[in-house]
Design a protein around this ligand. Structure first.
Ligand SMILES: Cc1cc2nc3c(=O)[nH]c(=O)nc-3n(C[C@H](O)[C@H](O)[C@H](O)COP(=O)(O)OP(=O)(O)OC[C@H]3O[C@@H](n4cnc5c(N)ncnc54)[C@H](O)[C@@H]3O)c2cc1C
Length: 527
């Protein structure tokens, strides 16, 4: 066990440092795989960290006992493990992959926190009530209100815990305003990538003595005669069958089921294998299946979110398309706008898929690119999009339109109209919802007028499964009779009901951190 802890710590120290000044990059040292890139501008310094893979380790004991067993080493699992260890529990984490972090490490690291410190510095007024209201409206009121209240109540204290105790670094002058939120309230982890948060959480977990078993897939849960969950069976990639006993509790934090085509198309037949996913490999709903075998209840399984702005080539999410938050409009192949670009993800996804070619095309100019800090934060992705030929940079709008075969005459008219709405919003202070006479855009507007111009082709991809296990506010799992299953807790995307039928951007990281911490504390304190 000790060897594993040490090897992870060493791997984290092996880094490649890349310094970027303007658009040029200089590599200073380059050990394999793990890398840190640093960009500086007048006001932002960003870092990207990739967590390195771990080799399988042969277990000398196939049955081991801890206080708390956590299944899945993503953001929810790490929050749970740290919180449990802080309460004095001896914790083990089981992670099926060779690398920890799950979807959390790929995330854009935007976390909705009402009344946060960046809002305070920027003079943005917010409240827990407004956040609850936005989250409930985002889910069309189908959310489990009791859990949304817990989310709102604990959002700020949990963010402060991540910042002050765990050591997660957030940008102190930058926020995101995701669709469906009345105000900008998403603080962003430095680097704009969740791997940075995972790195800090991993370091903290190791410092607190948490044992991490990578390459180890949990397979089933075992109850004692009283019905209490007391063990997890697992198999590692060396083929060893293992049992992990839990004196106090088991926390399921295995993420959602976006990668399980059979499971998702059972609930949403149209989400078959023709639709790609934004997720990391291994989101197969294992935790849901394991808990269901013990009679656990599920809810909202049919609520599956597609993310509108993904790479047409791979299905991966594109953060470069965040330019929409800074003014970029979206058009179709006919050159016309067709939706409020900051509408809910389900609404935009549906609108894109109903266009004649099933794609959306984001349009922006150099000043929007600069305002969004695209090259500073997402320079690597930008290059990938260009090389995949799904993003074009051109001196004129016509040239950019020609690259994708967009009707350039219509596009010119569309941008002319859009610019007049944006000018009204900017110069007269008219609310964008009023200024945008066609689509009542509820986000920042900016004119698209000075080259170079950019057009990016996007497609929806399966992103988040809102359904999953039913929990109490203390993270304990309920069975189909509404009773608590003793010894069993769950947190993160494996849980259902918090987001209702539509999760708002930035709300998952809040959810996994808040409920991960709660579940870890509950498990550690279980009698
Ligand atoms: C590309 C992308 C960008 C996103 N950006 C944002 C954002 O900016 N803000 C936001 O709020 N949300 C964002 N989200 C959503 C958010 O990242 C996820 O909902 C969240 O990270 C889920 O956290 P989790 O801990 O529940 O699961 P994960 O982080 O996915 O971790 C689950 C872990 O469990 C492991 N596991 C699964 N089954 C087993 C098993 N049987 N045994 C052992 N281990 C197992 C998995 O391998 C994985 O490592 C984004 C999602 C994606 C895909």
């Amino acid at each position: 066990m000790k060897n594993m802890k040490i090897s992870i710590a060493l791997l984290l120290l092996v880094t490649m440092v890349v310094s970027v000044v303007g658009c040029g990059a200089q590599e200073t040292t380059a050990p394999k795989e793990e890398k840190t890139s640093t960009t500086s501008s007048a006001s932002v310094e960003t870092e990207y960290v990739e967590i390195q893979e771990m080799e399988p380790v042969e277990e000398t004991e196939t049955e081991q006992t801890y206080d708390v067993v956590v299944i899945g080493a993503g953001g929810a699992g790490l929050s749970a493990a740290i919180a449990a260890a802080e309460k004095g529990a001896n914790v083990v984490m089981l992670e099926q992959r060779s690398v920890v972090g799950g979807n959390t490490s790929w995330s854009g690291a935007g976390m909705d926190i009402p009344e946060n410190w960046v809002q305070e510095a920027q003079g943005i007024e917010d409240s827990k009530e407004l956040y609850i209201d936005d989250t409930m409206k985002g889910g069309d009121g189908t959310n489990i209100k009791e859990l949304v209240n817990t989310l709102a109540e604990n959002a700020l204290p949990t963010a402060e815990w991540l910042r002050d105790t765990v050591g997660v670094e957030f940008m102190d002058d930058f926020q995101k305003h995701f669709g469906g939120h009345t105000v900008a309230r998403a603080i962003v982890v430095k680097g704009g990538v969740g791997s940075q948060m995972i790195l800090k959480e991993l370091e903290k977990a190791l410092e607190l003595g948490v044992t991490i078993k990578a390459n180890t897939k949990a397979e089933s849960l075992i109850q004692d005669e009283s019905g209490r969950v007391v063990s997890v069976t697992a198999q590692n990639t060396l083929g060893q069958d293992l049992t992990f006993n839990a004196n106090k509790g088991v926390v399921i934090a295995s993420g959602g089921f976006a990668g399980n085509v059979e499971m998702r198309s059972k609930y949403r037949p149209e989400l078959d294998d023709s639709v790609k996913t934004t997720n990391t490999p291994g989101h197969n709903g294992d935790g849901i299946v394991m808990a269901q075998e013990l009679g656990a209840d599920t809810t909202h399984m049919e609520f599956i979110q597609t993310y509108p702005f993904a790479f047409p080539t791979t299905g991966k999410i594109t953060f470069v398309a965040d330019t929409r938050m800074y003014g970029a409009p979206m058009v179709n192949i006919e050159g016309n706008r067709f939706i409020n670009e900051n509408d809910r993800r389900d609404v935009i996804s549906k609108a894109i898929l109903s266009q004649s070619d099933g794609f959306g095309y984001m349009v922006w100019d150099e000043s929007i690119l600069t305002e969004a800090r695209t090259l500073e934060i997402y320079g690597e992705e930008y290059e990938q999009l260009i090389s995949d030929e799904v993003l074009v940079k051109a001196d004129t709008l016509e040239e950019a339109a020609d690259f994708f075969g967009i009707n350039k005459d219509e596009l010119a008219k569309t941008i002319q109209n859009y610019n007049s709405y944006a000018t009204d919003a900017i110069e007269n202070g008219t609310d964008t919802k009023v200024a945008d006479k066609e689509f009542q855009r509820n986000a920042k507007m900016a004119t698209v007028e000075k080259g170079p111009f950019y057009i990016q082709k996007v497609i929806p991809s399966v992103h988040h499964t809102m359904g999953g296990l039913v929990i109490n506010p203390d993270g304990s799992v309920k069975n189909t009779d509404g009773d608590t299953i003793p010894g069993l807790y769950a947190a993160g995307e494996v849980v259902g009901g918090i987001h209702g039928n539509n999760r708002l951007g930035g709300n998952a990281l809040t959810d996994i951190s808040v409920f991960g911490k709660i579940a870890g504390e509950s498990a550690a304190q279980a009698e």
